[in-house]
Design a protein around this ligand. Sequence first.
Ligand SMILES: Cc1ncc(COP(=O)(O)O)c(C=O)c1O
Length: 390
Amino acid sequence: METRAGGPGAFAGFDLGRTPSPCFVVDEVAVRRNLAILKDVKDRSGAQVLLALKAFSMWSLAGVVGEYLDGTCASGLWEARLAREHYRGELTTYSPAYRREDLPEILKLSDAVIFNSPDQIARFADLIAAARADGEVFDIGLRLNPECSQGEVAKYDPCQAGSRLGFPVSQLRPEHLVGVDGLHIHALCEQDFEPLRRIWDAVEPRLAGLTAGLKWLNLGGGHHITRADYQREELIALLRQIAERHGLQVLIEPGEAIALDAGILVGEILDTFDNGMPVAVMDISATCHMPDVIEAPYRPALLGEVEGGVTVRIGGPSCLAGDVIGDYRFAARPEAGARIAFLDQAHYSMVKTNTFNGVPLPSIALWNSDTDALRIVRRFDYTDFRDRLS
Ligand SMILES: Cc1ncc(COP(=O)(O)O)c(C=O)c1O
């Protein structure tokens, strides 16, 4: 995949020596810029906008998120707890499958609980009734698979053949919607407006006569709304049109769009040598700190990369031969001790870190590019590695 990073922005002027290494540095001003765009979409479309915590759960910014958005969406019990502990507003929880023991708390915490199939809703009818009898108030949703592939990469396409994500819309019958308050459709990944329109054009006729008893329609995430070239006016028009035509509250739950181009991962070169080409080992690991580099795969943009110069293969400190971040061009070969940074690392990288090989977790810093104030909000140490093992 190609990185969709829009450029360094204010990070072009950030002194990489100011943080511990490695360290995620998130610019609050850039996050607010994204949130303001999403609030404008919400205000002008009437749709509710929730932050998908799976993409960006830097809860030290929860108060900031709450100034702009309607709430959050969670992928299960732990994100739902995090949402209620730190964030405000609406909370929607969706998981492809729930564990019976988790569901009572999820029903208590969430304003809407979205199930992956009518069978699951039926199987948990006793827990749903018991929670309501206890006074809990929540909506029930059903995730649909629109069976309309728009993804470039199967791995990120919930409509791929044999997908486990959502109930195939071709199987939907009126009896599946008894007791259901809303529908959920998530089928995009880092996409523009047109794929969303194509999905809606494919799904809308199939929902004919089925939406009368519903309250809401959640159009999921994967909308790259805060990217400079995203077609926001068209999105606003479609969201309004759906709400008006079907009498539904429309929601979207972007994740990446909230933190797009809002953070970097700073690290240090630990050693360099030649092996047919210049090679550098650094304290940032692809497998531990930016696993999507290997999983997607993609090549993250390097802050200040030059044209020409010398090409250096950069990799991490783990034992994995494939722990390679990529080949990058430098004006001169970097020395051990040099600081470098990869762009657009606030979303997904931070939530996916791990300590394979005992590699330390990056610290987390909050920067304000307007005032230049820098706060290290979290440092990790040996105990974080030890205490997740036994
Ligand atoms: C159900 C659901 N909602 C929202 C999102 C957030 O997507 P993104 O971060 O691409 O906007 C995802 C991402 O996988 C998802 O699976």
